[in-house]
Ligand binder design. Sequence first.
Ligand code: PIT
Length: 454
Amino acid sequence: MGGAGEEGEAVKPGGVLQGRYELGRVLGHGNFGRVHAARDLRTGRGVAVKVVSKDKVVRAGMMEQIKREIAVMKRVSHPNIVELHEVMATRSKIYLALELVRGGELFARIVRAGRVREDVARRYFRQLVSAVDFCHARGVFHRDLKPENLLIDDAGNLKVVDFGLSALADHARADGLLHTLCGTPGYVAPEVFRNKGYDGAKADIWSCGVILYVLLAGSLPFPEDNIAAMFKKMSRGDYRCPPWLSTDARRLIPRMLDPNPDTRITIAQLVEMPWFTKSSVARPVKAATDDDQPAEPVCAGAAKDEPPETLNAFHLISLSAGFDLSPLFDVEGGSSARRGQHLEGGMRFATRESASGVVSRLEEVAARGGGRMRVTKSGARGVRFEGAGRGGPKGRLAVAADIFTVAPSVLVVDVKKDGGDTLEYRSFCSDELRPALKDIVWAADPQPAATAVV
Ligand code: PIT
């Protein structure tokens, strides 16, 4: 939404506008003013009111822009676009009474969840494309599409807001192209940066491609720490897809993030792509054939399998080598962890095995010693076992393994010495425990270059 503006006069929660709208909490900041939740006193209906300071708009020379925003919003009435109910004005303010969307920004959801499951992303993305297509058909180009400008309502439907930077087709110059440099770095198409005119529809499709990538990957394809470097990467299509993206997503994203607007996918083509058309009902797994090989460019880092269901834990874990996840935790052994070794007297690993599978594996290890060890505690939260004999001078070796769920199908198992001699424990770990657990340890891909998330 950007462009926050403080109000000079008392338009405050609890106040009543024009005897009609009782203002509530601030929902966010639009261009030139705040957006409040409000109640229409005549109908009792909830609305959102964007309060714009005329003074600020005039000072910024943006009166035309506000007028355009209003004109555009009147033109576009669509279930996935925030509706403009009414415009009011006083000497110093303009008020836009808008459809109330209570669920907040899609951006906040991505930040909270890390990323979004493909089926959920597909639903949002279809609604986004429906809204964008509708706008384009009416000669409206949004030009600032990004997750901050996509709201989610109580029913989980997406609503596009902020047409403050939008353009109408009639603003194109004689070359048929738009020339204003606008938008948000990270989401703006490379041809907009080039400043030689651009097709507003193609530029919006690029932004939708970035949004799709962000939804599925949880990060920007072209991080924006340095605009020049970012532009170079955008122009070369230099980005990578994380390993969990499906093959269909890997085929679609490069068609949207095509640096050449002339060859970039159109909405008509996009809605025919398998990722877009896929039904949400699970289909039987089909054996791979040669026909499955992509004809078009596929996003680098391709995985052959469907993505795992789990969210960001996979990403975190994939960045940690096999057995030692200690960089993810701030408990004991920090210094040895930083040296990339096992925890002092402990080891930790991630697994996609079920808790009961981990427990029986640990019980097997304990049983292997031919009665040398006995299990003293066993349950879904972990296992403890110890030497059956008297043990050495430091007592019986005891090992405790705690099991934590970090995501729906990812466990972290934390193995510690719970008694006995450290050297004996270490050799038990390296000679018996580690080899026995090797095949259930969820390890980073053996070819990190192919799966790195840039
Ligand atoms: C909400 C809820 C809602 C509307 C908005 C935000 C509107 C935001 C907005 C509207 C604009 C604009 C910038 C932001 O230029 O129902 O959280 O016209």
